[in-house]
Design a protein around this ligand. Structure first.
Ligand SMILES: [Zn+2]
Ligand SMILES: [Zn+2]
Length: 351
């Protein structure tokens, strides 16, 4: 089969490798669509501490495929089923796994990191991923591409749950990339009174507007603080979600939130300098500052239900499609920030 192999920072090669052989508890899946995530781009740039030097790994953890082989001991999935996966597979034994928080498992495994992922024609899903509830049926009516991009959306759902986005809220989302747009969709769906999206790129803001944002702030031409004060009558917003990896954005979040404001540091900073936080703002205005990472299998299943059971149109978030051979071009497109999600798509096999 053809597979895009990550060989080390900066190197990805499309090569011919053997199709994996499923054991009695495993599934073999023919991949239909796999979207490119910031995590894939970070691994391409810096590698990953869970991918030892010298390892070849198929990246890609946002994917949809069709089961082409099911081991004799597999139940719940059969040949022909369309599936997607919650990529982080918990160990199933630790305290975090016991709480259902597999994204916080210290011994997690993950498709596209410790196991081969979706940038290949076929994907092996091992028994333990099925047992831990990481594999989901894709409902009719969800396209392969949309089902693939539900993974990052599930992380957004997890993030909004942590700051309890609710109908009375004014919500500020900083960043209008795919993540900012998923947050927009979910905040509106949660009934938020006012959803404000801030970004430097007008084309991205326009897509956030199509996804339901009430107010758009182009921070290239407008002062964020002044605009938020104007839009909230000087009170500040109830919820801030930071979706850009900039220390100054996180530092500025306490001044944008009002009394009882809840702030979610949704984007990590990598090795950038850590910002100073105005703890007096937390104290005197009783604000809560938290962060979230990834999503649990429960969040993932919930987001499938939310999208499948609604008329939400997520297609504006998918702006380019590439065959596997063009994985580098797909990654470049993702990195450029010109569009939104880039998806590797596989042609339907001839019957
Ligand atoms: Zn992702
Ligand atoms: Zn665990």
């Amino acid at each position: 089969m053809r597979a895009a192999l990550f060989r080390g920072p900066g190197v990805v090669e499309v090569s011919e490798i053997p199709i994996p052989t499923p054991g009695p508890g495993d599934l073999l899946v023919k991949v239909r669509a796999a979207s490119i995530c910031g995590t894939d781009l970070r691994i391409m740039k810096h590698g990953h501490f869970r991918i030892p030097a010298g390892t070849s790994r198929v990246l890609g953890h946002e994917l949809t495929g069709r089961v082409v082989e099911a081991g004799s001991a597999v139940s719940g999935f059969a040949v022909g089923d369309r599936i997607s996966v919650a990529p982080n597979v918990g160990c199933g034994r630790c305290r975090m796994c016991a709480k259902g928080l597999n994204q916080l498992c210290p011994d997690y495994e993950a498709f596209g990191i410790t196991m081969d992922g979706g940038f290949a024609e076929y994907l092996l899903i091992p028994a333990h991923a099925i047992e831990r509830g990481n594999v989901f049926h894709v409902p009719e009516g969800l396209s392969d591409e949309v089902a693939a991009v539900l993974e990052p959306m599930s992380c957004c759902l997890h993030g909004q749950r942590a700051v309890h986005v609710s109908p009375d809220d004014s919500v500020l989302i900083i960043g209008a990339g795919p993540i900012g747009c998923f947050h927009t969709v979910l905040a509106k769906r949660a009934g938020a009174r006012q959803v404000i999206v801030a970004n430097t790129r007008q084309p991205r803001l326009d897509i956030a507007g199509r996804m339901g944002a009430d107010e758009l702030i182009n921070v290239g031409t407008h002062d964020l603080q002044a605009e938020v004060e104007r839009l909230t009558g000087g009170e500040g917003v109830d919820v801030v979600i930071t979706c850009v990896s900039k220390p100054e954005v996180i530092a500025g979040s306490t001044a944008l939130a009002g009394r009882l404001g809840r702030i979610n540091v949704f984007s990590g900073l990598g090795d950038q300098a850590r910002p100073q936080i105005d703890v007096n703002s937390l104290h005197y205005r009783e604000q809560v500052l938290t962060g979230t990472t990834g999503s649990s299998v429960v969040d993932y299943g919930d987001v499938i239900d939310i999208v499948a059971g609604s008329d939400l149109d997520l297609s504006p978030i998918i702006t380019s499609r590439f065959p596997l051979e063009d994985i580098e071009a797909a990654m470049d497109e993702s990195r450029s920030g010109r569009g939104m999600k880039s998806v590797i798509v596989f042609e339907e096999e001839a019957a």
